[in-house]
Design a protein around this ligand. Structure first.
Ligand SMILES: [Zn+2]
Length: 316
């Protein structure tokens, strides 16, 4: 199967109450770990590339790795997505590079301007059968160069269901990242966050069958934070979005969930453990190999949280 866009994935995910995992790719080990997981679990997949990933590894290397993954896994529907595209021009470039989905993030702009910019990307992308994700409301936290509102202010910047309806109808955008209380990065919340499920319900009433997206949805699992710190790390206490809240959201119209921090933490914990337990080790394969396995196991776990395991065939 060639690369696909997310139309069929979201249609099936919405109908059958699960969400598709969108995982960030930055290097070969991360990409292979993710691919091994979806291949074993027979799950559909969204691989996404951020601006930081592009600066680190270059678009052509990332795209080439993803092309290999697609070729070697014909039974898995794979979408390749631009995460947080900042301008119309960036989105056009990624569409020309063969991406099947792009995000235009003009959420920092006033509502009308966000709509106008989004509509321009949608009109261009649809000519090439590429789907578009936009963002409304403001997320918390920091992810690479995407800086959101402070944690204390998250609840004041949740999205308004009436605006969501207007935004979707006027722009024809294929999916929308909504601010419902999630936050980017590892240091999300000091206490357990409450997601605004009432907003999801209100959107579902106004826009039946419309796929929503959750950013900043790692859970910052304590087990991995503790491992990192046990082996010499210094991650302060933090909480992410609880996994049962993510499972619940995936039954309420959320069809795509972005997970990055939890993969980074799994990889870092494993490398730290090997360095601590075997200081004589200097063969990168001896720590990057197990780190790749740690990515795989984390992704497999997340696919079950999202409920998309075993769904590759119905999304193809
Ligand atoms: Zn994001």
């Amino acid at each position: 199967m060639a690369l696909v866009n997310t139309k069929k994935m979201f249609e099936m995910a919405y109908k059958n109450n699960y969400a598709i995992g969108a995982f960030n790719v930055n290097n070969m080990e991360i990409t292979q770990g993710i691919i091994e997981a979806v291949s074993q679990e027979k799950s559909p997949l969204i691989l996404q590339v951020s601006r930081g990933a592009r600066e680190y590894a270059s678009n052509s290397w990332l795209k080439a790795m993803i092309d290999v993954a697609v070729k070697e896994n014909p039974e898995i529907p794979i979408c390749i997505h631009l995460d947080h595209g900042d301008t119309v021009q960036t989105c056009k470039e990624f569409i020309e590079d063969g991406f099947t989905s792009v995000m235009i993030d003009a959420s920092g702009k006033p509502f009308e301007e966000n709509m106008a910019i989004t509509k321009e990307v949608v009109d261009y992308a649809h000519k090439y059968d590429v789907v578009v994700e936009a963002e409304l409301g403001q997320l918390g936290g920091i992810e690479e160069d995407v800086v959101g509102v402070s944690h204390e202010d998250i609840s004041k910047h949740l999205c308004d269901p009436e605006q969501v309806e207007e935004f979707v109808k006027k722009t024809n955008v294929d999916s929308l990242a909504v601010a419902i209380g999630t936050s980017h990065g590892a240091y999300k919340f000091k206490k357990e966050p409450k997601l605004a499920f009432d907003i999801l319900e209100a959107i579902e009433k106004r826009l039946p069958n419309y796929p929503l997206v959750m950013h900043g949805s790692s859970s910052v699992l304590k087990e991995f934070k503790d491992l990192i710190n046990k082996y010499g790390g210094a991650m302060p206490d933090a909480m992410g979005v609880p996994e049962d809240a993510i499972t619940q959201a995936s039954k309420m119209g959320v069809c795509k969930v972005n997970i990055d921090t939890d993969l980074r933490m799994a990889m870092t914990a494993k490398i730290r453990q090997i360095f601590a337990e075997k200081p004589s080790e200097f063969d990168p394969r001896k720590y990057l190999g197990p780190a790749r396995d740690a990515i795989r196991e984390m992704v497999k776990h997340k696919l079950h949280v999202l409920g998309c395991n075993g769904k590759a065939a119905e999304c193809a």
